[in-house]
Design a protein around this ligand. Structure first.
Ligand code: RIB
Length: 305
C-alpha cells in the first residue's frame, strides 16, 4: 500500500515584499530565498512527512544545474526520487514568488521539464499498489488525465488539486477525480461563483460533486473549509488559529495530509481536520517544501483543538 504523487518540481525564487507588485512598479524587497517548490514536490514532501506508508513521487527535471539541486533537496527531505526523470533538452521548472507583509502571495511558474511529459503520461506501473494518488495541474493536461486514469485503474483514490486552472479542461479533469480540493479562486473559476461564506462554499462544493467526484472540498484559507460528499454528508471545518507569515504551500500540505489520513483509512471528517492542521502549520514558516510540518506537529495541533 502506498501513496503516489504525480506532479511538478520547481526551484522557488521567493522575494518578501511590503505589498504585491502593481503594473509598472519598481520596489525593494525585504528578503530573498531559494528553495524546493512545485505543487507536486510540496505534496510529495507533505505525504512523505505525514504518512505511515511509502510515498512515490513521479516528476521531471531538466538537463541543467538546477536539476541537481532539486534532486538533492528532495533527497534531503527524504522524498523517494526513484521516479524522478530527466527530460532531454529541457530546463527545470522555476517559480517566481512574491510574499507580502500580510502573508499573501502571487506566483508565476515557468513549467520547463514539468510540461515535457508525453501525452501518454508516466508509466502506469508507478500506480501499482497505490491506495491514494495526488495530482495538480502544473503538468500537461493529456499526461495528467492519462495518469489519473491509470491511478483509478490501479484502484487508487484519485485526489485532484485543480491548480493552476486549465481553461477549457476543467470539466474533464474534475470528472476523472474522486476528490477535488480547489481554493476560493479556483472554485470561482470552475463554477462561476466566488464563495462568500461557509454556506455558499458548501453549495458550490455540492455543484462540484455534481460534476463527477465523490467529494469536493472548498479551501477557504484562514477561514477554514467547506465540503460536500456523495456518501459522507456535507459540512465545514473551522480554521486552526496560527500566526501565518507565508501561505505558500499551505494547500499542498493540506493535500499531502489528506492523502496520508485517507491512506490510513480515516473517516472523511477526521482526515479533513488532520489535513487542515497540516495546511495551517505550513503558513507559520517561510518557503514551500521546507515549510511542511512533521507528523508530530500535526497530531499535536489536532489534539489541542
Ligand atoms: O503551491 C505552491 C507552489 O506553487 C510553489 O512551491 C511554486 O513552485 C508553485 O508551483
Amino acid at each position: 500500500m502506498s501513496i503516489t504523487v504525480f506532479g511538478s518540481v520547481n526551484l522557488d525564487l521567493t522575494v518578501s515584499v511590503h505589498h504585491l507588485p502593481i503594473a509598472g512598479e519598481t520596489s525593494h524587497a525585504a528578503g530573498f530565498q531559494t528553495g524546493l517548490g512545485g505543487k507536486g514536490a510540496n505534496q510529495a514532501v507533505a505525504a512523505t512527512r505525514l504518512a505511515k506508508c511509502p510515498v512515490k513521487f513521479v516528476a521531471a527535471v531538466g538537463e541543467d544545474s538546477f536539476a541537481d539541486k532539486l534532486r538533492a533537496d528532495l533527497q534531503k527531505m527524504t522524498v523517494d526520487t526513484a521516479n524522478l526523470v530527466t527530460m532531454k533538452g529541457a530546463e527545470s521548472g522555476i517559480a517566481l514568488i512574491h510574499v507580502d507583509q500580510s502573508s499573501q502571495n502571487s506566483i508565476t511558474v515557468v513549467g520547463g521539464a514539468n510540461m515535457a511529459w508525453p501525452d501518454a503520461g508516466p508509466c502506469a506501473d508507478v500506480f501499482k499498489g497505490c491506495k491514494v494518488a495526488l495530482f495538480q495541474l502544473e503538468t500537461p493536461i493529456p499526461a495528467t488525465l492519462a495518469a489519473m486514469r491509470a491511478a483509478r485503474a490501479a484502484g487508487a483514490v484519485v485526489i485532484l488539486d485543480p491548480a493552476p486552472i486549465a481553461e477549457g479542461h476543467m470539466e474533464a479533469l474534475i470528472a476523472e477525480a474522486d476528490i477535488v480540493t480547489p481554493n476560493e479562486t479556483e472554485t470561482a473559476a470552475i463554477t462561476g461563483t466566488m464563495p462568500g461564506n461557509f454556506l455558499e462554499a458548501q453549495t458550490l462544493a455540492k455543484s462540484l460533486v455534481a460534476m463527477g467526484p465523490k467529494v469536493a472540498i472548498v479551501k477557504l484559507g484562514a477561514k477554514g473549509l467547506a465540503y460536500a460528499s456523495r456518501h459522507d454528508g456535507e459540512g465545514v471545518i473551522k480554521p486552526y488559529f496560527v500566526k501565518a507569515i507565508d501561505t505558500v504551500a499551505a494547500g499542498d500540505s493540506f493535500n499531502g495530509g489528506l492523502a496520508a489520513a485517507l491512506a490510513e483509512g480515516w473517516s472523511l471528517q477526521d482526515a479533513l481536520k488532520f489535513a487542515a492542521a497540516a495546511g495551517a502549520l505550513a503558513t507559520t514558516r517561510r518557503g514551500a517544501g521546507e515549510a511542511v510540518p512533521s507528523r508530530q506537529e500535526v497530531d499535536d495541533l489536532v489534539a489541542a483543538n
